[in-house]
Design a protein around this ligand. Structure first.
Ligand code: ADP
Ligand code: MG
Length: 607
């Protein structure tokens, strides 16, 4: 049996893990990093870039690059990249494909199956879209696991503690998920979930960016899209630096904005006050739903990059009145848990066969006549929020008119009283024999399994007729032919070898720094990049050296861009930044000079 991989398909970053030698192991990507940005970019010749390289293109090619598409999984939102349109699930498929390839390279064997984690709050459409994404990427996805279950599994696997109640606080780039998870006797059970799927680290970036712009007496609405991207990036950088230091200087230096501002952790508390307020709500909700008090929580598990912010940690300590909050790497928890889950699915001897029970994160039901307002149907709930899964529930309905010929059930998911305020999942109709109203009975059974697939069965005892409906999103459900066609299409997508990818990254990195800089530095970056491109085309045997040389230069630029608001030409002219490492670098330096000078003479076409 081939290996099963576990994937944390995040809004901002994705990770892949595998169960190996008795433990969950994260798999590095081509850059040797565990986090692969969930960003997809397409270039002129149709090549697709995923991850770090694509992320660099967010600024230089905003119209060809997509990010944060996880927020729209299961919707029909389309992303136009170049001359092609993509659904969120297709973009996710490209990320999954990349992770699959990284895993295959790492394991040295093909991978056919994956377990993918999704937020507990994902509705059916989003779950199905995630499965579709797996299929498009060439992965069998039999198991979708809720992110908090994965985090709890990782925690449980590391601590080997029995019988605890964990609060999993997952604060990522775009979403907040709060869950209460109970572990006892090899069973992991989610007691309650809540969250805010429009609250994440990016909201901090936005508010910091707006604060910065206000301090310059500018209006964010007047900025070019590229500038906004630069601003967002600088704000995020500032936020991350505040994780290390209590005060930092935020600097933005590009075509439209030139400025700096000192920002402290304390400022963040006031700038982002509305975000902190929203953060507390889902915690109160899960505690109330599960009817437990904060003091009954044995452990608080922090998950997601935004939990690294000291202000977030402090806020939680204050809110929950404790100072023993887990300090395991919040970036890795979910992927590590997906790896454990892969081990369980492979039935590895060395992993405790934990039984994962999940709960249904939302209520589901059908619409019924509202006797007081015929225009607005009411919800009749069949499965209630927070019911343990799998679950099967039946309810009985009857006709409301004389000689009714059919019964139609509209299936909804959501908590609202009026049906039309919830999400419609599908409909099912049965023919019935004409009888006076109230005389035909109909049993409706909802069965919701651990993978989040809803099966609806209606049964008319009078005629013994039965009808079944398995809910797949109308818009996104694909036929086998459509899946096959997609698979073919995606197989053709050019995969860049690791070295080519590194080159591409250097070029995109340079392009972003070019966009962020001005004056002499801008010109210097351009020259270096052109030289690098020239080397890529001509000089393959020295290419890796030149790449390193260019990387050192760009890292230097990155550093000074963060330090100064403007550059005097002097800084560039005296070349003081460059530290010679060895003879070979000197040789390359000389070659660059030679190339550079020939360029000034007008160059020649032979290059
Ligand atoms: P997702 O699960 O949505 O993909 P992640 O868990 O990867 O998201 O978290 C991404 C978010 O975490 C981003 O908003 C990022 O800015 C933030 N983040 C990452 N590292 C840090 C850090 N050191 N300090 C503060 N925020 C961070
Ligand atoms: Mg996440």
């Amino acid at each position: 049996m081939s290996k099963i991989i576990g994937i944390d398909l995040g809004t901002t970053n994705s990770l892949v893990a595998v169960w190996q030698n008795g433990e969950s192991k994260l798999i590095p990507n081509a850059f040797g990093e565990y986090l692969t940005p969930s960003v997809v970019s397409v270039d002129e010749d149709g090549s697709v870039y995923v991850g770090k390289t694509a992320k660099e293109r967010l600024i230089s090619h905003p119209n060809e690059t997509a990010s944060v598409f996880k927020r729209f999984m299961g919707t029909a939102k389309k992303y136009q990249l170049g001359n092609k349109k993509y659904l969120p699930e297709e973009l996710s498929a490209l990320v999954l494909k990349k992770l699959k390839e990284d895993a295959e390279r790492y394991l040295g064997e093909p991978v056919e199956e994956a377990i993918i984690s999704v937020p507990a709050y994902f509705n059916d459409m989003a779950r199905n879209a995630t499965k579709n994404a797996g299929v498009i990427a060439g992965l069998k996805v039999e198991r979708i696991i809720n992110e908090p279950s994965a985090a709890a599994l990782a925690c449980q696997n590391l601590n080997q503690e029995e019988d605890t109640t964990l609060l999993v606080f997952d604060f990522g780039g775009g979403t907040l998920d709060v869950s209460l998870v109970e572990c006892f006797d090899n069973v992991i059970e989610i007691l309650a979930v809540s969250g805010d799927n429009q609250l994440g680290g990016q909201d901090f970036d936005d508010l910091i960016g707006e604060h910065f712009i206000r301090s310059l007496q500018l209006d964010i609405a007047d900025l070019q899209p590229e500038t906004r991207e630069v601003l967002r990036k600088c704000a995020e950088k500032c936020k991350r630096e505040l994780t290390e230091n209590p005060t930092v200087e935020m600097v933005v230096n590009c075509q439209e904005i030139n400025g700096k501002l000192e920002i402290s952790r304390k400022d963040i508390v006031s700038i982002c006050a509305p975000l902190f307020e929203r953060m507390g709500k889902p915690i109160s909700k899960v505690l109330a739903d599960a009817q437990i008090t904060a003091s009954q929580i044995a452990q608080v598990v922090l998950v997601g990059g935004s939990c690294k912010m000291p202000v977030v940690r402090q806020y939680l300590q204050h809110l929950l009145g404790r100072n023993d909050i887990s300090t395991l790497n919040p970036d890795h928890m979910i992927a590590m848990g997906c790896g454990v889950c892969a081990g369980i699915k492979e039935r590895s001897e060395d992993v405790k066969d934990m039984l994962l029970t999940d709960i249904c994160p939302f209520s589901m039901g059908t619409q019924v006549i509202n006797p007081y307002n015929q225009q607005r149907h009411l919800m009749s709930f069949i499965i209630e929020r927070n019911s343990p899964l799998p679950i099967s529930r039946e309810d009985v309905y009857t006709t409301v008119h004389d000689n009714q010929q059919e019964l139609r059930f509209h299936i909804y998911q959501g908590e609202a009283m009026y049906a039309d305020e919830n999400i419609e999942l599908g409909e099912i109709t049965v023919r019935i024999p004409p009888r006076p109203k109230g005389e035909v009975m109909c049993f409706v059974r909802f069965t919701y399994d651990i993978n989040g697939v809803l099966e609806v069965e209606v049964r008319i005892p009078l005629t013994d007729e039965k009808k079944r409906l398995v809910i797949v999103n109308k818009e996104l459900g694909m036929t086998q032919e459509q899946i096959d066609a997609k698979l073919k299409e995606y197989e053709r997508i050019k995969v860049n070898p690791a070295e080519e990818e590194e080159n591409r990254f250097v070029l995109e990195w340079g392009a972003r720094l070019y966009a962020q800089s001005v004056g002499a530095l801008k010109q210097e970056i351009l020259k270096r990049l052109q030289y690098f491109e020239y080397a890529m085309a001509q000089d393959t045997y020295r290419l890796s050296k030149i790449r390193k040389y260019t990387t050192v230069f760009l890292a230097y630029v990155e550093k000074i861009l963060g330090q100064y608001t403007g550059f005097s030409d002097e800084i560039m002219k005296d070349g003081s930044w460059y530290q010679e490492e060895d003879e070979e670098e000197k040789e390359i330096d000389a070659l660059f000079k030679e190339w550079d000078e020939s360029d000034e003479e007008g160059g020649s076409d032979e290059r």
